[in-house]
Write a protein that binds this ligand. Structure first.
Ligand code: ADP
Length: 225
């Protein structure tokens, strides 16, 4: 079953009088449960493509359909609702809210969904990522690897169908990065969560089923079998 379909998508940024076409008529179909790496040189449009797929940004032309919802036909509020229902997102720089504890950060998506068991669920998610003893810590009191584990627990909170990760291990040392990778790939294998990640790391890309290369605004696929 297709969970994400990108059809004839182009993205042009305008700054002043200058136009930059980053994605040029791109097509991509992702099956439910699959794992995909998007690779390519810096500035090639990897983050742009990820943001369009997750409904964080809009394509200039073309269509992005996530689990049956065509983002280009939706209002900003409707897009946010589709994201909240289907999408988890992990950033290179974690993007935790600095004024909230680890527990409160993980509770945010649960409270948005008005879940009465938000606290218990957030606690169990933090335990799952090995942070049961860090729940009252603020982000500045946590190491980079711990912050990324909090952000993974937060991304898992809505039980997303699809997890997007933008250079999730880019700011971490090798050992910590491997622990984070294992958490992400376990979610793909055990829960069947579709995984789409952007990476510079060939070893990380090799762990996925499909590798998509972006160059000159076009995508090319490499068989990762
Ligand atoms: P990558 O993730 O492969 O490094 P990005 O998708 O971040 O590439 O960026 C692709 C190109 O688009 C870069 O040249 C970048 O400077 C440009 N770009 C990204 N976001 C914007 C924006 N909001 N406005 C203008 N240009 C942008």
């Amino acid at each position: 079953m297709s969970i994400l379909s990108v059809k004839e998508v182009s993205k042009t940024y305008q700054s002043g009088n200058r136009k930059l076409t980053v994605l040029d008529n791109v097509n991509l179909n992702i099956q439910s449960g699959d794992s995909i790496a998007i690779v390519g040189p810096s500035g090639s449009g990897k983050t742009t493509l990820l943001g369009l797929c997750a409904g964080l940004d809009s394509a200039t032309t073309g269509s992005v359909v996530l689990n049956g919802s065509a983002f280009e036909k939706l209002s900003e509020d409707e897009r946010a609702a589709v994201r909240s229902k289907n999408v988890g997102f992990i950033f290179q720089n974690f993007q935790l809210l600095p004024t909230l504890t680890a527990l409160e950060n993980v509770m945010v998506p649960l409270e948005l969904k008005k879940r009465k068991d938000a606290k218990e669920k957030a606690l169990s998610l933090l335990q799952k990522v090995g942070l049961g003893d860090r729940v009252t810590h603020y982000p500045t009191q946590l190491s980079g690897g711990e912050q990324q584990r909090v952000s993974i627990a937060r991304a898992f909170a809505n039980e997303p169908l699809i997890l997007f990760a933008d250079e999730p291990t880019g700011n971490l040392d090798t050992e910590t990065g491997e622990m984070i990778e294992d958490l992400i790939f376990n979610m793909n294998k055990e829960e069947g969560t579709t995984l789409v990640l952007v990476t510079h790391d060939p070893e990380l890309a090799k762990r996925t089923n499909r590798i998509i290369h972006i160059k000159g605004g076009k995508i090319q696929e490499e068989n990762n079998g």
